[in-house]
Ligand binder design. Structure first.
Ligand SMILES: [Zn+2]
Ligand SMILES: [Zn+2]
Ligand SMILES: [Zn+2]
Length: 140
């Protein structure tokens, strides 16, 4: 957790963002939560410690941090959700629970099976693959 914050601080500095007590608390909450949360959930959480922090500021901060890869985003049921980016360093995908926002690692990449792309002449730069459902705990 401390390491995550340090990495985030470095990345922010490199991109010209200042770490403030508000941003620190925002990131600490996301690293702690370790699941997809909406900006509204973050706002509710921070309202106690930072009553002056507006929803718009929180939303903007979340998007800024996503842009510099401190957070990852996904759209769940029409709402943008944010989560601390994985630091595993190896390529993987996620199973995402729509109920609680928790993710599980999927250690296979379907790109390996999409062979027709190779013949199309298309140059792949990036890809996304997410599986949505309900985790074991949320099925009970
Ligand atoms: Zn991951
Ligand atoms: Zn769940
Ligand atoms: Zn992949």
């Amino acid at each position: 957790m401390k390491k995550n914050i340090e990495q985030a601080r470095e990345r922010m500095k490199a991109s010209g963002f200042k770490m403030t007590p508000k941003r620190l608390d925002l990131l600490a909450y996301l690293f702690e939560a370790n699941r997809y949360v909406s900006a509204r959930e973050v706002a509710e959480e921070l309202r106690v410690s930072h009553p002056s922090l507006s929803y718009d500021t929180i939303y903007r901060n979340l998007n800024d941090f996503a842009a510099i890869d401190i957070l990852e985003t996904t759209e769940l049921d029409g709402e943008m959700k944010f989560r601390a980016a994985c630091q595993s360093g190896h390529h993987h995908h996620h199973l995402i629970c729509r109920t609680c926002g928790k993710t599980e690692t999927l250690d296979v990449c379907p790109m390996e099976w999409v062979s027709p792309i190779k013949d199309s002449g298309f140059e792949v730069e990036d890809h996304k693959f997410e599986i949505y459902g309900r985790c074991a705990a949320c099925q009970k």
